[in-house]
Write a protein that binds this ligand. Sequence first.
Ligand code: 1GP
Length: 242
Amino acid sequence: MNTNPFIALFKSPRKSRLAVLIDPDKYNPDLVKLCDKSAVTCVLLGGSRLEHGNVHATALKIKKLTRKPVILFPGDENQLTRAADGVLLPLLLSGRNADYLGGKQVLMAPRIKKFQLPVTPLGYLLIDGGRESATQQVTGTQPMNPQDLELITDTALACQYMGCKAVYLEAGSGASHTVHARIIRNVKHVLEVPLIAGGGVDSAKKARALVNAGADLVVVGNALEKDVTLLESLNPIFKSRS
Ligand code: 1GP
């Protein structure tokens, strides 16, 4: 049986981890080159909707530049490639669009099998980050209201009971504000699987707040695509957590 490199990340005693999310449309080799010299534990690859980027070609380029695992975070069934080390299979339980609660998964399944990708079923909760997100537009679902703490917590727990091996609290790429620490704390309190947080992390302060609230993995995309030097200020947060 294949070991799952994504699940393996959480076996280390490290308190929290950093993932870089790469959108094939905005691929920047300089960012990938820094991964091996930094606290980045894995590279996530994918996007809500791709315009010109190619997941397969980008995965091959990334694999040449880093030894860190490259895990697909696919927006749809066309974003799968055998060049990656694994795949997250998102279940968008914050919404009620059947395409993202089964339809897309059925389309992805034969390709995941063909490419023999270790798969991690992922509970995916979109939480209002103060700006209409690409995920919201593409999936046609509304984000959860950050005030609905109990519903968010129950939804995360349901993901776990439905077999998800991790839960991702997502404020949306480029969110005005990250998922609130109170939400992270509450969900972390009930969850037995790793908790991932992302969306709108554009400073060390915001990353640290997520870590301190209990996120097992923090995902940063946009801000690092714009400015790779942010990695220098993120490094101490994640290096000191091992
Ligand atoms: C989006 O949470 C990720 O899926 C990353 O968001 O691009 O805002 O870092 P950002």
